[in-house]
Ligand binder design. Structure first.
Ligand code: FES
Ligand code: FES
Length: 160
């Protein structure tokens, strides 16, 4: 099948990839750019494991075609993570048992990073809303909520 050149920005850097017309953005980021932090679970828009930030908004990477990302600014879980060690959201998820198998975790980290970027001290309801599109089959969500609330509380005490 004929491939198409897609030029975009990924995690702040110019990138290009040759993709098939039917290839999803998440699949292309993993396969063409080696950014395997983005997980593909259901591949039909239900689980949220594939969530990316595209032009500033969370997007299901399995539902967006790679060819639609021409010229877009894409941020993956690698782009919201430090090169070494864990970021504050990742550390809190570990501390509060916000993950078990870890399959949902990249999507959780991406949506929580997006939430905290615009709202450093979200309420419990705002955190629930932010993760409402992310399925986790392991944790029952309480550990994830506790982790996110702890990050929000730390932001509050840092500002006090
Ligand atoms: S893999 Fe995209 S929503 Fe499940
Ligand atoms: S930790 Fe297993 S799906 Fe969330």
């Amino acid at each position: 099948m004929k491939k198409h050149l897609v030029e975009l920005t990924v995690n702040g850097r110019p990138a290009s990839m040759q993709v098939e017309p039917r290839q999803s953005l998440a699949d292309a980021l993993r396969g063409e750019l080696g950014l395997t932090g983005t997980h593909l679970g259901c591949e039909h828009g239900v689980c949220g494991a594939c969530t990316l930030i595209v032009d500033g908004d969370p997007v299901r990477g399995c539902l967006m075609l790679a060819v639609q990302a021409q010229g877009a600014e894409v941020v993956t879980v690698e782009g919201v993570s430090p090169k070494v060690g864990l970021g504050e959201i990742q550390s809190a998820l570990r501390e509060f048992h916000g993950l078990q198998c870890g399959f949902c975790t990249p999507g959780m980290v991406v949506v929580l990073h997006h939430l905290f970027s615009g709202n450093p001290q979200p309420t419990e309801a705002e955190i629930q809303e932010a993760i409402s599109g992310q399925l986790c089959r392991c944790t029952g969500y309480q550990g994830i909520m506790n982790a996110a609330k702890a990050v929000a509380a730390r932001h509050q005490s840092n500002n006090a």
